[in-house]
Write a protein that binds this ligand. Structure first.
Ligand code: SF4
Ligand code: SF4
Ligand code: SF4
Length: 131
């Protein structure tokens, strides 16, 4: 939440080419065959942050306690975030069957970008002062 009241999800877009994976110097990242999600080998991760830099949306983050990389694992194929969003009737997140497409990467955005778009809709010109 970069602006009070404008909370946006900042989630892995499951890019087809997953630039985070080859960026890891210790091969701690891999694409999970069953779900297509990025798997993190926490034992191997050395907390270098290179996957964050390589991601077009800088989406991976280091856990505040154990400092290992955290990336959405799609809840092993049953995304809890989509479920709760649907249960609340917000209809902002839902589960889709993925087909190969380079367009997934377009969803990997820095949080400032969607925050600015939403803030401009909510607050008009004033949004520029907020972000
Ligand atoms: S969005 Fe970022 S973390 Fe997810 S696959 Fe793409 S590069 Fe990796
Ligand atoms: S933070 Fe961990 S997972 Fe990310 S590139 Fe570094 S070692 Fe690999
Ligand atoms: S709830 Fe599950 S699917 Fe949703 S962002 Fe978190 S790990 Fe990913």
């Amino acid at each position: 939440m970069l602006i009070p009241g404008v909370e946006i999800p900042h989630l892995c877009a499951q890019c087809d080419d997953a630039p985070c994976v080859p960026s890891c110097p210790v091969n701690a990242l891999s694409i999970t065959k069953e779900t297509g999600a990025i798997g993190v080998d926490e034992d191997a991760c050395i907390s270098c942050g290179q996957c964050i830099t390589a991601c077009p949306g800088q989406i991976p983050f280091l856990h505040p306690d154990h400092k290992k990389a955290v990336i959405c694992n799609l809840c092993d194929g049953d995304p809890a975030c989509a479920k709760v969003c649907q249960e609340g009737r917000y209809n902002a997140l839902w589960t889709v069957n993925k087909t190969p497409s380079p367009s997934y990467k377009l969803y990997a955005k820095l949080p400032e970008i969607p925050t600015r778009e939403i803030a401009e809709r909510l607050f008009g010109e004033k949004a520029k002062e907020l972000l």
